[in-house]
Ligand binder design. Structure first.
Ligand code: MN
Length: 253
């Protein structure tokens, strides 16, 4: 049997399960809130074009209004000043949108301390137990924040949300073989990361190193620690700094 026929057979028989890591996209989907004087992204919204009426008797459709960074989305290098000469979202090679993933679970620590930061030692301890981070793959950082994603206030949590330390972000960008970091929070950086040096170190170092971010993921608790494959589908917005994305994981049972 061909590899693809085998995959289809495994999907049909549920030996390979498809898990949706994407948050539903609607007007209440939480978005980042930067303090003045900074400009903010738009929430998601629909504007009806027609709905089986005089504007279009047999069809229903909407315009969508969104930012590139609303809901579950994909960050690319050009999003940050450190990556300004790097890829825009239309330039990401399609092969890179299918990649191995591992899950580092710090939900318990994040529940105890919403400002919890992932450190290099946490990752080294994880590697000692589970093996190296995947070459060209995703480090998916579970914090339990997806449970808050339908409650914008709880999701924002007064600006306190878990993230990654400056040293760890630099190490993941420069030393680790991963292609990107995926998180459950509104962005890859901690809620307090505006006060770090440099500010927003995940964005600064990872995007500066040509790597990617995935944010507002859900259902990471349903993934195995190692061995899943993530398929992410950002729109190829020409010149875009990111895009809302459907993100799926393939898991072997
Ligand atoms: Mn973003």
């Amino acid at each position: 049997m061909s590899v693809l026929a085998e995959l289809l057979d495994a999907l049909r028989s549920h030996r390979v399960e498809v898990i949706d890591l994407t948050a539903p996209l609607h007007s209440g989907t939480p978005i980042l809130q930067l303090p003045p004087p900074f400009a903010n992204a738009s929430p998601f919204s629909l504007t009806e074009i027609s709905r089986y009426d005089e504007r279009g008797p047999a069809w229903y459709w909407n315009d969508i209004h969104t930012s590139e960074h609303t809901g579950t989305h994909f960050d690319v290098p050009v999003h940050w000043i450190t990556g300004k000469d790097g890829e825009d979202v239309s330039q990401v090679a399609p092969e890179r949108l299918i990649a191995p993933a591992v899950v580092l679970d710090f939900a318990e620590q994040s529940a105890a301390d919403p400002d919890f930061l992932l450190e290099i030692d946490h990752v080294l301890a994880w590697e000692a137990e589970h093996g190296p981070l995947p070459d060209g793959g995703w480090l998916l950082y579970r914090t339990g924040w997806d449970a808050r994603s339908e409650d914008a206030e709880a999701f924002r949590n007064g600006g306190a949300s878990p993230g990654i330390s400056v040293e760890c972000a630099r190490w993941l960008a420069d030393e680790a073989p991963i292609r990107g970091v995926g998180v459950e929070t509104v962005g890859t950086d901690a809620g307090a990361a505006h006060s770090f040096d440099p500010p927003f170190p995940c964005h600064s170092f990872l995007l500066g190193a040509g790597k990617y971010g995935l944010t507002q993921l859900q259902n990471l608790a349903r993934l195995p620690v190692t061995g899943s494959v993530v398929i992410s589908g950002p729109l190829p917005i020409v010149g875009g700094s990111g895009s809302p994305a459907r993100v799926l994981a393939l898991v072997e049972r």
